[in-house]
Design a protein around this ligand. Structure first.
Ligand code: FEO
Length: 399
């Protein structure tokens, strides 16, 4: 039994949804699941564009063999060697030994390193090379470090399809949708698309910018990523998001408050600041307890908004470890050019604000401190409310 959908008359989506796994890459929660997309071009020669994760292998295999329906596979294209797309490579290569494996030189090396496979027939492609399968001609576009070094996009000169590997991908199962225009993308996927981008590709903004520049010269009619829906309408919407994210430009004015709290007192100050910001008319505001919320959500909103508030107790004369982890993740993903404010607590020697400021300024570019750090000793006293008001005013004025 096959469960496929047609992208066009002769391009078939062969992927599958995984709603069973709770985490991706061993760390990112995926409460809405994830899809693994593979595409088969049924031309005079057949070409399979990547495979899928082991979790959906059975579905993929039925889809591949059912769609080929007795035809052989002539080419296997490997655009990215990460195992969430390569788990079925061995099976495909062993089942279709006459298929020519098309990939970058580096991907062919990785194919051996991961799976011990050196296929008999290979074509090592590089930027600008083409492969004709009949009607379709694929032109290859190096996408180095988007987000692995071997990545190669493929652009079909026949029908304007861009096979973008992880680029333009998102967390979230498809649930029968194939195209982004078959749902309200912003309501159903945008937050997860941003979280996927910020945490998996976010470090490599300049590499993404390079690929966007190359893509701007192409007549792209549709985008087929390896995760989440494909795009055939309003391509500018997702391309604009990628342009903003990869240039570390906030999407909109807003504030993310990230706090850690041991006994609820730092949390109380963070909550009170949130209320004061709401009272002043701020709509774009998220508040996360970083002890409980996975850092990927905080990093994602740091990509989205202009302002970040870090609130932490002083712990063993240092920043609370959960907040250290969030700052570390933001720095690793190159969050930059944001305004930030600080709340610190400490029962005998509060200094988390100084340590956070030093860490943020040392590790992230162009970070501007807004307002006076709000410092409490054990718990906030009523006489301090005016200082929190002043901080809220300063944040609002900075938006
Ligand atoms: Fe979806 Fe980088 O693998």
């Amino acid at each position: 039994m096959t469960a496929t959908r047609n992208v066009t008359e002769d391009i078939v989506w062969l992927g599958g949804d995984d709603r069973s796994a709770s985490i991706f890459e061993g760390m990112f929660p995926i409460p809405q699941g994830v899809s693994y997309n593979s595409y088969l071009i049924m031309d005079e020669k057949t070409i399979l564009m990547d495979t899928v994760d082991a979790s959906v292998e059975s579905r993929f295999w039925d889809n591949l063999t059912g769609t080929l329906d007795g035809r052989t596979l002539d080419y296997l294209y490997i655009g990215h060697m990460e195992p969430d797309h390569g788990a079925c490579l061995r099976r495909v290569i062993e089942t279709y030994p006459c298929a020519t494996v098309v990939a970058s030189e580096r991907a062919l090396d990785m194919l051996y390193n991961f799976y011990g496979i050196r296929p008999e027939k290979t074509i090592a492609v590089k930027e600008g090379d083409t492969l004709c399968t009949g009607r379709h001609t694929l032109r290859f576009i190096a996408a180095v470090m988007v987000h692995w070094p071997e990545v190669m996009f493929a652009y079909d000169e026949y029908d304007g399809t861009l096979y973008s590997e992880d680029g333009f991908g998102t967390f979230g199962a498809l649930g029968g949708r194939l195209f982004a225009d078959e749902c309200d993308f912003d309501a159903e996927y945008l937050d997860e698309a941003r979280r996927y981008y910020a945490n998996i590709v976010g470090k490599y903004g300049s590499n993404v910018q390079t690929v966007l520049q190359k893509a701007s010269g192409l007549d792209i009619k549709r985008i087929c990523p390896l995760h989440g829906p494909a795009w055939r309408k309003d391509l500018g919407h997702i391309i604009e998001k990628y342009d903003a994210w990869s240039s570390y430009r906030p999407e909109e004015k807003g504030v993310v408050i990230a706090y850690s709290s041991m006994y609820g007192n730092t949390e109380e100050a963070a909550d009170l600041l949130a209320m004061k910001l709401r009272e002043r008319g701020l709509k774009n505001l998220s508040v996360y307890n970083v002890t409980r919320t996975h850092p990927s959500y905080v990093v994602s909103d740091a990509f989205r908004y202009t302002n970040i508030v870090f609130a932490s107790p002083t712990y063993n004369n240092a920043i609370h470890p959960t907040m250290t982890s969030v700052i570390e993740d933001m720095a690793n993903m190159c969050v930059q050019g944001r305004r930030f404010s600080l709340i610190a607590n400490g029962s005998w020697a509060p200094r988390a604000h100084k340590l956070m400021e030093d860490e943020i300024k040392a590790r992230m570019k162009d970070m501007e401190l807004v307002g006076e750090p709000f410092v409490i000793k054990s718990s906030m006293g009523p006489e301090q409310e005016k200082d929190l008001d002043a901080l809220a005013d300063a944040i609002m004025a900075s938006l």
